[in-house]
Ligand binder design. Structure first.
Ligand code: PMV
Length: 348
């Protein structure tokens, strides 16, 4: 049955990949499997009010508000997304939608909101579907939310649940799928259950390369085949690393993945350097600090200049001290975000 009207609200977190997704095939199918930490503080909250239209309709109609204000320039992206998921959620056109969204992190901080944004939007849509099918179980709900989110932004499919999410088929992960993210199905040592991620905002400007363009650059890339194979191998290697709590090996894989992502951009045609001088300063300081102190602080990068600094709970005080003393000076306006591994989206 179709409810006449209602409103649903979901808060979905961002995520940060350990093994990176970079390169895709048609229909948002990843060229290689990836795995990410679900974040906690960096999140998007989206509400969707829905009112049944007078008569049956075959076009989407919606209003969109970002941080309280109508935002026309976001609408085409949402329209594209709705068109793409239309066949999976045919009931949606029966409603006029009012979508309101806001981020916990500052606008244009260089933190991508597409993962958390598309995840929150997909969860709102699934919530409406659940009102029509009250018997829908949680497993299906999450799977389909992840499936829809993937069609908005690939990495968004890893922002539905926590705390460690894997996406993309891998021969040694039988549950894995190209269509949605799954909770990492193997043992994970407690040390990785409360990891910290302090995000250093080195450069807050617009991304130089959109991820759409970035993924495209992997087509015909001279190193693509090896890179995709390496991602499979790194996922294999992570299995025992995560189970054993082997922080040293974890660091090697994670930092190598970050630099490989950037190496792919530097070696594509056209080529890009997305790191800034301060990105390199931070990396060098992390390496020097780790050499001197043996405190297991490491970094990862997204497709931009900002640095995610990872460390386990056990070294939190020392890590924060180091970050404040030595790294914050490399952030734009001294801005950074203290985040940590999170448990996934929730209904508000
Ligand atoms: O989800 P997209 O299409 O914006 O791709 C994002 C890819 C990276 O963030 C660079 C890596 C990843 O796996 O999240």
């Amino acid at each position: 049955h179709f409810p006449k009207e209602g409103k649903v609200t979901w808060k979905a977190p961002s995520n940060i990949a350990l093994v990176k997704y970079w390169g895709k095939l048609a229909h948002q199918i990843p060229a290689n499997p990836s795995i990410s930490f679900t974040l906690d503080a960096c999140a998007t909250t989206t509400s969707m009010a829905f009112v049944k239209k007078g008569e049956s309709s075959d076009t989407f109609s919606f209003d969109f508000f970002f941080e309280g204000k109508p935002k026309e320039d976001f609408k085409p992206k949402i329209k594209t997304f709705l068109d793409r998921i239309d066949m999976y959620v045919p009931f949606l056109k029966e409603y006029h939608l009012v979508i309101e969204t806001s981020n916990s992190f500052p606008h244009s901080s260089g933190i991508a909101s597409s993962a958390s944004g598309m995840a929150a939007l997909s969860l709102c849509i699934m919530d409406i579907e659940k009102q029509m099918n009250p018997d829908m179980d949680e497993v299906f709900f999450n799977k389909k939310a992840s499936f829809l989110a993937r069609l908005g932004s690939g990495s968004a499919c890893r922002s539905i649940e926590g705390d460690l999410i894997q996406w993309g088929t891998h021969k040694n992960i039988p549950e894995s799928s190209n269509l949605y993210g799954i909770k990492y199905p193997f043992e994970v040592n407690p040390v990785f259950k409360n990891y910290h991620d302090t995000i250093l905002l080195v450069h807050k400007g617009q991304k130089q390369v959109s991820s759409t363009v970035g993924h495209e650059l992997m087509h015909g890339h001279p190193f693509a085949k090896n890179r995709f194979r390496q991602a499979h191998e790194n996922l294999d290697a992570l299995k025992s690393v995560l189970a054993d709590g082997d922080v040293e090996e974890f660091i090697k894989i994670v930092e190598s993945e970050a630099l490989t992502l950037h190496a792919m951009m530097m070696t594509s045609m056209p080529y890009f350097i997305l790191m800034k001088p301060d990105t390199l300063e931070i990396i060098n300081k992390i390496w020097a600090y780790r050499m001197q102190t043996h405190i297991p602080i490491c970094f990862t990068l997204d497709a931009g200049a900002n640095v995610h600094v990872f460390y386990p709970e056990s070294v939190k005080e020392k890590a924060i001290q180091f970050i404040q003393d030595e790294l914050i000076e490399h952030c734009e306006k001294g801005h950074y975000i203290c985040d940590r591994i999170g448990q996934g989206a929730r209904k508000i």
